[in-house]
Design a protein around this ligand. Sequence first.
Ligand code: NAD
Length: 487
Amino acid sequence: MTVHTGKKLQNFINGEWVEARTEAYKSVPNPATGEEIAQVPLSSKEDVDRAVANAREAFRSWRRTPVPKRTRVLFKYQQLLMDHFEELAELITIENGKCYDDAYGEVQRGIECVEFAAGAPHLMKGEALPEIASHIESSMYRYPVGVVGGITPFNFPMMVPCWMFPLAVACGNTFVLKPSEQTPLLAERLVELFMEAGLPKGVLNIVHGAHDVVNGLLEHEEVDAISFVGSQPVAEYVYKTGTQYGKRVQALAGAKNHSIVLKDCEMDKTIEGIIGGAFGSAGQRCMATSVVVVTEDIADSVVERLIQGADQLKLGDGLQSDVNLGPVIRDAHLKKVHDAVEEGIEEGAELARDGRKDVTGDLPGGYFIGPVIFDHVTSAMKVWEKEIFAPVLSIVRVKDLTEAIEVTNKSDFGNGAVLYTTSGSAVREFREDIEVGMLGVNVNVPAPMAFFPFSGWKKSFYGDLHANGTDGVNFYTRRKMLTSRWS
Ligand code: NAD
């Protein structure tokens, strides 16, 4: 695979790479080295108009293409993605910084979305009741929604776009993707391979850029639905604006995920799980463990073991096989993380491990911070409240599971929560009382899977129908009911 250093990226509209109508470009560095790997255009609303017009035109025939014929393209696409597995994983590491193993797992998750979408002939089926009243039958039919806009974050350049366009397209929609301007390269390979699989022109388009492109999609009267994944303030804005313009919107937002540790857990696996959940992908996952809530009786030993586990992690370029903690995405983000650590210290949290001191001498241009662990954190502190999106972990000490659930439920977010225990009744209490959408028991992260809806609660989600699974199918389809009398 070749990464085109310094390459000026283009938009992909109606099956062709075209130059964006803008003078504004942003440098895209490899976060492990700081070296420029591409320049991404900050496209204009004119570019959005062009992409949407082509997507609308393509919709006329794509929606009428028989569903099995549409999904045959997805079967080929799946094979091509498998053939390019390593290349895709490597590209994710280069543009995002996450370690190759994490990137590899991301490619797998993305491919599973394509596999689920390839079931569209089944998923698109309607329902019928032949005798709903005397001589009257009722039936339900599914149709695509139209042109869908997808707006994605930097942290999963493959998986998150794959939550969206494969299923949307399989359902007969056409799509305009605006990838994160921080990780724009992977999307280009995704579209190239889809075209190679036989996708007709105009069905999937890419417009690179930032807020102008987002606003262009939100305001465009020919865009029918918006799928968004990103931070909480932007998700709220996208949801409010998109719905104001009459669109169907699903907006998946930020998180502050708690992992609860009980005395009866399998401790070795628990420590391993938390280290993976908190520091994997440098904490830049919407399912990352941000807070460990642990009962007082075992807290000292858990903290000690977490510090020992964190000390074992090797910071560096994620392409090196012995590295297990990559950089954060940008210098500006690194600065915010340092500010958040300072804030935690000022508000009285005990800095049990200071990852700011960990350095990678051989990569001076990279955006690195080692694992940070705060002990004796309370729910009154900002370090507990705010999403930091970095390898920063807070420890909250509680007396029992009930208090642990109360602390977790105080969070504005409700994306993920994990319980480490061997007790079935504890699992039951956790499952029944926690106000969170994605639950895990004895797993480091309750990862979203293509086959089930991905369902954060509270400020982690805006909308009604979630991503993936049957919710995804419902989001990307409209239904018609037909009632007929045949006597
Ligand atoms: P972000 O909100 O900064 O960016 C997401 C997208 O919105 C990007 O495409 C960006 O160009 C666009 N955008 C940013 N600011 C905008 C503005 N002011 N107006 C219009 N558009 C704007 O998010 P990010 O930093 O790329 O990603 C990290 C965030 O995403 C974290 O908060 C993380 O929790 C969240 N996330 C959530 C999920 C989930 O499933 N809930 C999954 C992945 C990431």
